[in-house]
Write a protein that binds this ligand. Structure first.
Ligand code: SF4
Length: 757
C-alpha cells in the first residue's frame, strides 16, 4: 500500500477543531480553500485571521511529491539536513527523463540506460530516507499521486507546476521549487502568501462532445494566463457534482495555465467513487465522517459573491467543446468558431499529429471516449489522416486499457502507445518530420502549448483540446473540420458523421496491474548507502557550506554589478543546463551568464580584479579565480533581483562560487529567502542612489555583523581603486531564526546541528 492511512487519520482527527478555530478567528463562514489552509497552519489551530493576498503564513503540508528532474538537487540538499528519514510522507517519480522515440518498450529501455546514474541515485536516496520510489514506466507524477496519495482535505507540495492535479481529489496541492520540498521534508515550515480565492460556480451537466477539459479551456479564456496569479480556484455547484473525479483532476491540472496557486473541488460522490475505485475505500469512509469540513460552508454556497474575491459562472449544459491555441493556452475557441479562426489566421489546417494522454488527460474515461471514436473510424471505414499517439498517465491505466482491448483499438487506427511518462508533453519527443522549417499543426490533450514546448520547433502550431476532439481531428487530419456538424468521406466514398463519444468512468472489471512500479523504502534505511559515481558529470554529493567565521566580511571583490532585469533565468539559465541540475559544480558554470554587466552592457563579461590591467572574462570563471585565491565576492543588482522562479540553483551557485553578499535595490521575495537559506547575506541599498556609487574595481567590507540584529541596518564600506572610501547603510529583512541560518552557514546546516544536539 503506497498511501499512508495513519497520516490521513491524523489530519482528519483535528480537522473539525481547526476549522472551528478558523471560523472564530476569521469571524465568518469559510470557503473550502480556507478550511484546508487553516487546518494546515504550522503552528497549530488558528489564533488570528490572515488577509487573503497579503499575509505570509507558515504551513505544514501533509506530503511532498518530486519528479526526477527536480528531485535530484532537492534530495542532495535534504541529505545535508542530517535527518534519518523525511519528516512527512514523500515520493519520487521517474517520468521526465524518458524520451519518446518509437514506442513505450524501446523508449523505456533506452531511458534506463541513458539515465541509469540518476535513477540509481534517486532509488537509493529514497530507500535510505523513507521515500516512496516510482520507477521509470510507473507513470507520471500527477497521475500516480492522484491514484495513490491524493485525499480530500489534504495539503501537499510537489516539485512540478502541475501538482494542482490532486485538487481533483479535494486536495490543496501546490507546485513549488526544490528548496521548498527540502524545507518540508526536513520538518521546517513552508511559507506561502495566503492566497485569494476565485470561485467557479458550475451549473448544468455536460453532454455529447463536451468534456471536463472544456471547462478549464473556457476558464483559461476568461481568466487568461495571468488571471489566477496568487489565487486558488475553487469549483463548486451542482455541475461540479456531475463531473468525474478524474475530470476534476484535469480541470485542476490546467489551473497552472492561468497562473493559479492551485485549484480544488469539494468532496462529493464522484470523488468517493474514485477513492473506492482506486482501492482506497478506507479513505472514502474516513472522508465521509468529516465530509462537512470538505466543502465550503452553506452560507458561502448560498451567497458566493460575498465570500470569493472573484466569481465566475459556467453552465455546463451550454458549454461547447473548445480548442485553445496556438502558442498560448488562453486563446480559447469554441469549436463552432475554430475553423473560421484557422482560416482567418492562416494557421496550417492540415493536422500532422494528434497526441492524447499525459498527466492531464489519460483517465480510463478519457481513453474510452477517445477509443469510441477510433472504433467508429474502423466501423465506418474512415481513414485516419494524422499520426496519433497515446501517452498513458500510469501503468495502472495502461495495463487496464490493454486488458480491456482499448489499446488494440488505438493500434488498429495506427496509434502508437508511448511510455507512461511525460515524453512529448515536456519536449522529450524525437519527432520525425521531413522539414522542420515548415509551418505545421499538432493538437494535444496536454496542458501547455507554448512555442517549442512539444517538439522544440518554433514553426509548430500546437493546439490543446479534449482527447475526444484530438481523436476526431486526427481522423479528419484537418483543423477546419467540426466533428459536431461536419461529415467525412469514407473508403466507399460515402459522407459519414462521427457519433458523440461514449466513455466509461470506471473499468467494469476494476483497475488491474501486474507491476505498478512502486518500490517501498527500507523500514530502516540507516545501512543503505546512496549511490553516486564520483566521476559523474550529472550528480555530485554536496558539501556543507562553511559557517560564518564570527567576524565582519572584509575585502570582498565586486564580481558583477548587474543592470536591469536579472531573473532566476539570468542567474541560473535553464535549457541545456538542466542536465546538470544534480551537479552543483558543473551547473555553476552558468552562474549569472545572462546578467548584463552595468559597466560594459554585455552579458557574461566582467572584469577580474586579479588580472593586472583588468582582463575581462566569463562571470563563473572570474568567480572561481576569486574563490581559488581565498577571496569572497559580492553581486550587486538592480530592482526585483531574482524574480521568476523559486529555482534554488540561483542561490546555491553564487554561494558555491564564493559570493558572500548579494546587494540590490530590491529583491523578488522568494529569491531573497532562498539566499538566506543558503547562508548568504541578502542586502538592499538603504538609499537606492548608492547603487551608482559602486565602481568596477571596488572592494567591499560589510560591517556590523558581530551585532547582526533584526531591523538594524548593516554598513557597507567601498574602497575604490584610488584608495578613497565611501560608507553607506544596507538594509536587511533577517529575523532571529534567519540570522541563525547565516551563522550556521545555511538553514540545512542549522537543522543538522539541531539534530545532533
Ligand atoms: Fe508536466 Fe507534462 Fe509531465 Fe504532466 S506530462 S508532469 S504536464 S511534463
Amino acid at each position: 500500500m503506497a498511501f499512508d492511512v495513519d497520516m490521513i487519520k491524523g489530519v482528519y482527527a483535528q480537522l473539525g477543531d481547526r476549522v472551528a478555530a478558523a471560523r472564530t478567528a476569521v469571524g465568518r463562514p469559510l470557503t473550502l480553500t480556507e478550511k484546508i489552509l487553516y487546518a494546515h497552519l504550522y503552528n497549530g489551530a488558528a489564533t488570528q485571521a490572515y488577509e487573503r493576498g497579503k499575509s505570509y503564513v507558515d504551513f505544514a503540508p501533509d506530503r511532498v511529491a518530486m519528479q526526477d528532474a527536480t528531485a535530484q538537487m532537492a534530495l542532495l540538499q535534504f541529505m545535508q539536513a542530517g535527518r534519518p528519514t523525511v519528516a512527512v510522507p514523500s515520493s519520487v517519480h521517474c517520468d521526465h527523463l524518458i524520451q519518446a522515440r518509437v514506442g513505450a518498450e524501446q523508449d523505456l529501455s533506452e531511458a534506463y540506460t541513458e539515465n541509469k546514474e540518476v535513477y540509481d541515485f534517486l532509488a537509493s536516496v529514497s530507500n535510505k530516507y523513507g521515500i516512496g520510489f516510482w520507477k521509470p514506466g510507473a507513470g507520471i507524477i500527477h497521475t500516480v499521486v492522484q491514484e495513490n496519495y491524493a485525499f480530500p482535505g489534504g495539503m501537499m507540495i510537489g516539485t512540478d507546476s502541475h501538482t494542482p492535479n490532486a485538487g481533483g481529489v479535494g486536495m490543496i496541492a501546490i507546485g513549488v521549487g526544490g528548496a521548498d520540498a527540502v524545507d518540508v521534508m526536513a520538518g521546517m515550515a513552508w511559507e506561502l502568501k495566503f492566497p485569494k480565492v476565485i470561485g467557479v460556480k458550475l451549473t448544468g451537466k455536460m453532454s455529447g462532445w463536451t468534456a471536463a477539459k472544456d471547462v478549464i479551456l473556457k476558464v483559461a479564456g476568461i481568466l487568461t494566463v495571468k488571471g489566477g496569479t496568487g489565487a486558488i480556484v475553487e469549483y463548486f455547484g451542482e455541475g461540479a457534482n456531475n463531473i468525474s473525479c478524474s475530470g476534476k483532476a484535469t480541470i485542476c491540472n490546467m489551473g497552472a495555465e492561468i497562473g493559479a496557486t492551485t485549484s480544488v473541488f469539494s468532496y462529493d460522490q464522484k470523488m468517493r467513487d474514485y477513492l473506492v475505485g482506486t482501492e482506497r475505500a478506507e479513505i472514502a469512509e474516513l472522508a465521509d465522517q468529516v465530509a462537512e469540513h470538505l466543502r465550503a460552508d452553506d452560507e458561502v454556497m448560498a451567497n458566493p459573491e460575498a465570500f470569493y474575491d472573484q466569481l465566475i459562472e459556467i453552465n455546463l449544459s451550454e458549454l461547447e467543446p473548445h480548442v485553445n491555441g496556438p502558442f498560448t493556452p488562453d486563446a480559447a475557441w469554441p469549436i463552432s468558431q475554430f475553423a473560421a479562426a484557422v482560416r482567418e489566421h492562416n494557421w496550417p489546417a492540415k493536422l500532422e499529429v494528434g497526441l492524447i494522454g499525459s498527466c492531464t488527460n489519460s483517465s480510463y474515461e478519457d481513453l474510452t471516449r477517445a477509443a469510441s471514436l477510433a472504433q467508429q473510424a474502423i466501423d465506418k471505414g474512415l481513414a485516419v489522416n494524422a499520426e496519433y499517439t497515446i501517452t498513458p498517465g500510469s501503468e495502472v491505466v495502461r495495463y487496464t486499457a490493454e486488458r480491456d482491448g482499448i489499446l488494440d483499438t488505438f493500434a488498429e487506427i495506427g496509434g502508437v502507445v508511448l511510455a507512461n511518462a511525460c515524453g512529448p508533453c515536456i519536449g522529450q519527443w524525437a519527432r520525425h518530420t521531413d522539414d522542420p522549417k515548415r509551418k505545421n499543426s499538432i493538437i494535444t490533450s496536454f496542458n501547455r502549448n507554448f512555442a517549442k514546448r512539444n517538439d522544440g520547433n518554433p514553426n509548430t502550431h500546437a493546439f490543446v483540446a479534449s482527447p475526444e476532439i484530438v481523436t476526431a481531428f486526427a481522423i479528419a487530419g484537418d483543423l477546419t473540420f467540426n466533428p459536431l456538424t461536419d461529415t467525412l468521406p469514407n473508403k466507399n466514398g460515402e459522407q459519414v458523421m462521427l457519433d458523440e463519444p461514449m466513455g466509461i468512468e470506471f473499468p467494469v472489471k476494476g483497475f488491474a496491474v501486474e507491476d505498478a512500479g512502486y518500490v517501498a523504502p527500507a523500514a530502516d534505511g540507516s545501512a543503505v548507502s546512496v549511490v553516486v559515481d564520483p566521476c559523474s558529470d550529472r550528480l555530485q554529493l554536496l558539501e556543507p557550506f562553511k559557517p560564518w567565521n564570527g567576524q565582519d566580511l572584509m575585502g570582498l571583490k565586486l564580481l558583477i554589478k548587474a543592470q536591469g532585469k536579472c531573473t532566476t533565468d539570468h542567474i541560473s539559465m535553464a535549457g541545456p543546463w538542466l542536465k546538470y541540475r544534480g551537479h552543483l559544480d558543473n551547473i555553476s558554470n552558468n552562474m549569472l551568464i545572462g546578467a548584463i554587466n552595468a559597466y560594459n552592457g554585455e552579458a557574461n563579461s566582467v572584469k577580474s580584479q586579479l588580472v593586472r590591467g583588468g582582463g575581462y572574462d566569463e562571470v563563473p570563471k572570474v568567480a572561481r579565480t576569486y574563490k581559488a585565491a581565498g577571496l569572497g565576492s559580492v553581486v550587486v543588482g538592480d530592482e526585483n533581483y531574482g524574480e521568476g522562479s523559486s529555482r534554488e540553483h540561483a542561490a546555491m551557485e553564487p554561494r558555491f562560487l564564493g559570493v558572500q553578499v548579494v546587494l540590490v535595490k530590491s529583491f523578488a521575495r522568494i529569491h531573497e529567502t532562498n539566499l538566506k537559506k543558503q547562508g548568504m547575506l541578502a542586502l538592499t541599498f538603504a538609499n537606492k542612489e548608492d547603487y551608482e556609487r559602486i565602481e568596477e574595481d571596488d572592494v567591499l567590507d560589510i560591517i556590523g555583523l558581530t551585532n547582526f540584529t533584526p531591523g538594524v541596518p548593516l554598513k557597507v564600506r567601498l574602497t575604490h581603486k584610488d584608495g578613497s572610501t565611501y560608507t553607506f547603510d544596507a538594509n536587511h529583512t533577517y529575523n532571529e531564526g534567519q540570522i541563525e541560518w547565516f551563522k550556521a552557514g545555511s538553514a540545512l546546516n542549522l537543522i543538522r546541528l539541531q539534530q545532533n544536539q
